[in-house]
Design a protein around this ligand. Structure first.
Ligand SMILES: *[C@@H]1O[C@H](CO)[C@@H](O)[C@H](O)[C@H]1NC(C)=O
Ligand SMILES: *[C@@H]1O[C@H](CO)[C@@H](O)[C@H](O)[C@H]1NC(C)=O
Ligand SMILES: *[C@@H]1O[C@H](CO)[C@@H](O)[C@H](O)[C@H]1NC(C)=O
Ligand SMILES: *[C@@H]1O[C@H](CO)[C@@H](O)[C@H](O)[C@H]1NC(C)=O
Ligand SMILES: *[C@@H]1O[C@H](CO)[C@@H](O)[C@H](O)[C@H]1NC(C)=O
Length: 757
């Protein structure tokens, strides 16, 4: 890896005076200067020294980004007499590749600070950025503009990134699109993407890089941060479906993290120390999640220096604090130069094999492996590491054992590569990555790394993300359903119990009918266990202004539950942690992010993703002693809805003959036996979230309101429906104005408003 050292001119010159000493100056400074810029040398003019050119922001060195001093005293690449080394203005790839739209101004080439405006042809809708600026790192600001019809494709048009060509114009399930970069640009990201049933494309959007294009710190922390967060938050077991019923299988997953830093060109200890600081930051950040990974940490050049051995974790011989000490105490000593990626990966394969032997094949199958590698990829020793990386892939993917069935094992392996320096072997390095999203990053130098890692997993940012949760928990479901709140209202007579969901640190969403006329905030208690005292004081509660239980007595509906929603405002914020975290609610920006909707998204797009099937599997919770249990039911939408709501006529107190009098379009309907025997809601379940899992995040789509039959005896938990019992849940997409008026209110300063679309 090339660490740049600011020795430059003076030190290089001083070399001339020590010709007779130990320092042997094999290369000369002839013709290496650069007009408009400067350069640094890693080892003066000695053999193996890396010369790195530097230009002011917005410019890049041309024709060479860097040179290496070879043994015979010549630079590679050789300086050319007729193409003087200079600083050129940064260029961005051609934006005029988009379909069904126009780019203005239309130029042959676009340079730094040039702006473009994108317009879609009439009849086409725009996603992405309509204005873009060419940035100093050789990329366009914002996101790829896409002009598309509102066609009924399974996947949204994935667009064409600047500088690229796309093959494939059909976006149905299993359809493929392929990308290539025009001219001599390097493709970073997925060459091929496949439209999945979930409506998402596999892989990541590709981008076309020049040799001078690099990723900014912010880009790296966002992309790496969200990918590693996925590993950390989805570690817990997955649901396995058997005979249409979900059975929770406890698979004890383990996360093994391998970190390697290339120190081959580093001559100064302070750069190694920078790398160490960065790793310590990363490890501390990871420890803020409730996962305790095993670590292997090495530095390498032509040899591998093992600092932390993963086998010590297996034997429980080492703790997190000890790793940090080991790292701090690490001294490079007399190290070798040269980069041997093959022996690095061989070391990892060896460790993995020993782990597999020790824990057994069955348990090893549940290990997830994350590799984080920092290098320039100029493996000049040991040959191509690709075959060794293939070994790792086949160990984890188990393609050839034939025992994994149809289950994809992609989630079990991530190989991230941070290519650092100017002389990067992109194509070689990209082939070594593994995992879904962006796993390949190009950085200018290692000194920014610590800051990047520090920005990556910003605790408060991650913890506040809506809908994040664990998939398995031994704390009575607390970590699986961290939004769950228990509500009790006691004014006169018996207390009434309801369930609510934490939607922001200050607000609980529940049903309006939990409150009766005359109830005051002091009659209400909310229990949510955030480790700061379970019972929360209530400041106020707000009921939907259109909720009126008696509104339709004359029409034959004794109790009318339309707009059965309320928001409880707490006096103090709930402390956000893995045990207490908000659920995502419709039509917010955060939910669009959770759903990975690209560009500007709408409420309607969210609804289409979440409630698109005519039978949509949903869950809600019930309290069982100190635990919560999860119920499952199918919402009957589209053609199935009329049959479902018809059963409302059998409910006590309903004498009308028109089901829609009682069940307006604002309700979702579940229950019955038609598709499966649904669970039915009990009295205490009122106000609870009716939710859906999407891409490891939980989105609340409705809340439990009322039902036709009381089939539940006291504390009976998971009760199943009979042929004509039905439940009706307030569809949150229909009460967004109410939610927004309170949660999105940005003219107050008592709480941070949610961003609604
Ligand atoms: C130095 O060696 C390289 C290959 O190692 C060769 O391409 C180059 O021509 C040599 N230069 C001189 C001046 O001998
Ligand atoms: C684009 O950038 C180049 C180089 O900075 C500049 O000369 C040119 O005027 C710019 N063009 C536009 C339309 O701004
Ligand atoms: C998971 O771990 C628990 C305790 O650590 C153990 O009782 C259980 O058998 C393990 N389950 C599996 C599937 O390995
Ligand atoms: C092996 O399995 C992995 C993960 O399930 C998959 O991504 C890969 O394409 C498979 N390779 C082959 C050759 O089948
Ligand atoms: C927003 O908050 C302000 C300040 O508390 C209040 O005056 C205003 O009525 C609120 N807006 C809505 C729509 O409730």
């Amino acid at each position: 890896m090339g660490f740049s050292v600011n020795w430059s001119w003076l030190t290089a010159l001083s070399c001339l005076f020590c010709m007779g000493g130990e320092v042997y100056c094999s290369c000369t400074q002839e013709k290496i200067e650069m007009e408009g810029g400067d350069y640094t040398l890693t080892k003066q003019l000695d053999t193996g020294s890396l010369l790195i050119y530097q230009c002011p922001e917005g410019y890049y060195p041309y024709p060479a980004l860097a040179r290496v001093c070879q043994t015979n005293g010549s630079w590679k690449p050789l300086p050319k007499t007729f193409v003087p080394q200079r600083c050129k203005v940064v260029e961005c790839p051609d934006p005029a590749v988009l379909e069904y739209g126009s780019v203005s101004p239309l130029q042959e080439r676009y340079f730094v600070d040039n702006e473009t405006t994108i317009e879609c042809y009439s009849g086409y809708k725009m996603r992405g950025s309509s204005k873009r600026v060419c940035l100093p790192n050789g990329k366009w600001s914002g996101s790829t503009p896409i002009c598309s019809h509102d066609a009924s494709n399974n996947c949204a048009d994935p667009g064409i990134p600047a500088g690229a060509s796309r093959y494939g114009n059909i976006f149905g399930i299993d359809d493929k699109v392929q990308y290539s970069c025009n001219n001599n640009l390097i493709l970073v990201g997925s060459k091929e993407r496949v439209c999945q049933e979930s409506g998402q494309w596999t892989g990541e959007e590709p981008a076309c890089y020049y040799r001078h294009t690099y990723d900014t710190s912010l880009e790296v922390s966002e992309a790496f941060g969200s990918a590693i967060k996925d590993s950390l938050t989805t570690l817990e077991p997955l649901d396995d479906t058997q005979e249409g019923r979900t059975i929770r299988i406890s698979k004890n997953g383990t996360l093994d993290i391998y970190i390697a830093v290339d120190i081959s060109e580093s001559i100064e200890e302070k750069h190694v120390n920078k790398a160490i600081d960065a790793i310590i930051t990363l490890i501390s950040k990871i420890s803020s999640f409730s996962v305790s990974p095993n670590y292997e940490i090495v530095f390498f050049s032509s040899e591998v220096y093992e600092v932390v051995n993963i086998l010590d974790f297996l034997d429980k011989k080492i703790e997190l604090k000890a790793i940090i000490d080991e790292l701090r105490n690490f001294k490079v000593g007399d190290k070798n130069t040269g980069t041997d990626l093959t022996s690095l990966f061989e070391t990892f394969v060896e460790r993995m094999s020993i782990i597999e032997l020790r824990v057994g094949k069955k348990v090893f199958k549940e290990h997830r492996h994350v590799f984080i590698l920092f290098t320039d990829g100029a493996y000049n020793m040991g040959g191509s590491p690709e075959p060794t990386v293939k070994k790792i892939k086949s160990m984890v993917y188990m393609n050839h054992t034939g025992e994994q069935g149809t289950e994809s094992r992609d989630d079990y392996l991530d190989i991230y590569i941070f290519a650092i320096g100017t002389d990067i072997f992109d194509a070689d390095l990209q082939r070594l990555t593994a995992g879904g999203a962006k796993h390949y990053f190009r950085l200018m130098d290692i000194t920014k790394l610590e800051k990047i890692f520090d920005d990556i997993i910003d605790d408060t940012e991650v913890q506040g993300l809506c809908g994040l949760h664990h998939k398995y928990s031994d704390k009575g479901g607390r970590e699986m359903y961290p939004w769950f709140a228990f509500i009790s209202v006691q004014n006169e007579g018996f207390p009434s119990n309801c369930i609510g969901s934490l939607v922001t640190p200050k607000f609980i969403l529940t049903a309006a009918h939990c409150f009766k006329f005359g109830d005051l905030p002091e009659h209400v208690t909310v229990e949510i266990d955030d480790g700061q005292g379970r019972v929360k004081k209530v400041k106020t509660f707000k009921i939907h202004p259109q909720y009126n239980n008696n509104a339709k007595v004359a029409q034959g509906v004794k109790e009318f539950y339309d707009y059965d929603v309320a928001l409880i405002q707490l006096k103090e914020d709930v402390k956000i942690s893995p045990n207490a975290r908000p659920i995502c609610i419709p039509c917010t920006q955060e939910t669009s992010d959770a759903l990975k909707l690209v560009g500007v998204s709408t409420c309607e797009e969210q609804e289409n993703l979440l409630l698109k099937n005519h039978l949509e599997k949903l869950n809600f919770l019930t309290k069982k002693g100190n635990f919560v249990a999860v119920k499952e039911a199918y919402a009957k939408l589209g053609d199935n809805r009329d049959e479902c709501i018809r059963h409302a006529l059998g409910a006590p107190g309903i004498t009308t003959l028109e089901p829609k009098e009682a069940v307006t379009d604002n309700f979702l309907c579940t229950g019955g036996l038609a598709h499966q025997r649904d669970h039915i809601a009990c009295n205490g379940d009122s106000g609870g979230a009716v939710f859906k899992e999407y891409e490891h995040r939980t989105i609340q789509v409705a809340l439990v309101s009322w039902g036709t039959k009381d089939l539940c005896k006291a504390n009976d938990g998971l009760v199943e429906s009979n042929a004509d019992s039905r439940d009706f849940h307030i569809n949150l997409f229909k009460v967004v104005p109410f939610l927004k008026s309170i949660l999105g209110n940005d003219t107050q300063d008592e709480y941070a408003p949610l961003r609604f679309l």
